[in-house]
Design a protein around this ligand. Structure first.
Ligand SMILES: [Zn+2]
Ligand SMILES: [Zn+2]
Length: 219
């Protein structure tokens, strides 16, 4: 259930930008065609300021995975959660706010957690068997649980590191084209944070550094 945030200033009552803190998209080779959306998906697209379409206004090759239809949209595009990441096409867009008060989007081609779905079940079964084997051998329930948790942790970290390395290595040019921006388009500062953080920033109406994003709904 992603949260919807809205910029509010308690000093003057000004209300600003509203959006979720991040959402995922699939990078396609061709621009996304006009999609017919269900009402629920349309409402969410409007909340994200994306209009009626599943494509990103700034880059029409990005197919937005609108909640709660992520699985269906992925399926229509011919991917699963696993294959879209391995294909180097999984893009996350973060909504950020700069110290100057400018709200903008930062995109990243990403690939952590390559192992998902059946893969993660296999890892789970493998680490559980490992834990049970060690536990029986050492005749200790604590060793069993400890081994299981450590193995799960190692697998999780390895998966994340491998995912990032793989994407950076094989899709370097694509990552370069998609990633960014790395600084505020208004003032050039690199000091920006996710809108999900509660940092205060200047209000466009009263000018005081009192505005911040608060959760107004869940989608
Ligand atoms: Zn700025
Ligand atoms: Zn204000």
């Amino acid at each position: 259930m992603p949260s919807v945030y809205e910029a509010q200033c308690p000093r003057c009552g000004c209300r600003g930008h509203h959006s979720t803190a991040c959402y995922a998209a699939v990078f396609l080779d061709e621009p996304v065609e006009g999609e017919s959306l269900t009402t629920a998906a349309k409402n969410r697209q409007h909340r994200l300021n994306l209009g009626d379409s599943l494509r990103e206004p700034e880059d029409h090759r990005l197919l937005v995975l609108a909640h709660p239809l992520e699985g269906q949209i992925l399926d229509d595009a011919g991917y699963t959660w696993d294959t879209v990441k391995i294909a180097g096409r999984f893009v996350v867009t973060y909504e950020v706010v700069c110290e100057c008060g400018t709200v903008f989007k930062v995109r990243k081609l990403t690939g952590p957690a390559v192992v998902g779905g059946w893969g993660s079940l296999l890892v789970f079964a493998g680490t559980l068997s490992g834990g049970i084997a060690i536990g029986l051998w050492m005749k200790s329930l604590w060793m069993m649980m400890g081994t299981f948790l450590v193995l799960m942790l190692v697998c999780g970290i390895a998966d994340g590191v491998y995912g990032r390395w793989y994407i950076r290595r094989y899709f370097r040019e694509r990552a370069k084209a998609i990633d960014g921006p790395s600084q505020c388009p208004n003032c050039g500062s690199r000091n920006f944070v996710s809108i999900a953080s509660s940092r205060k920033f200047p209000c466009p109406q009263c000018g005081q550094t009192a505005m911040r994003f608060i959760t107004v709904a869940r989608t």
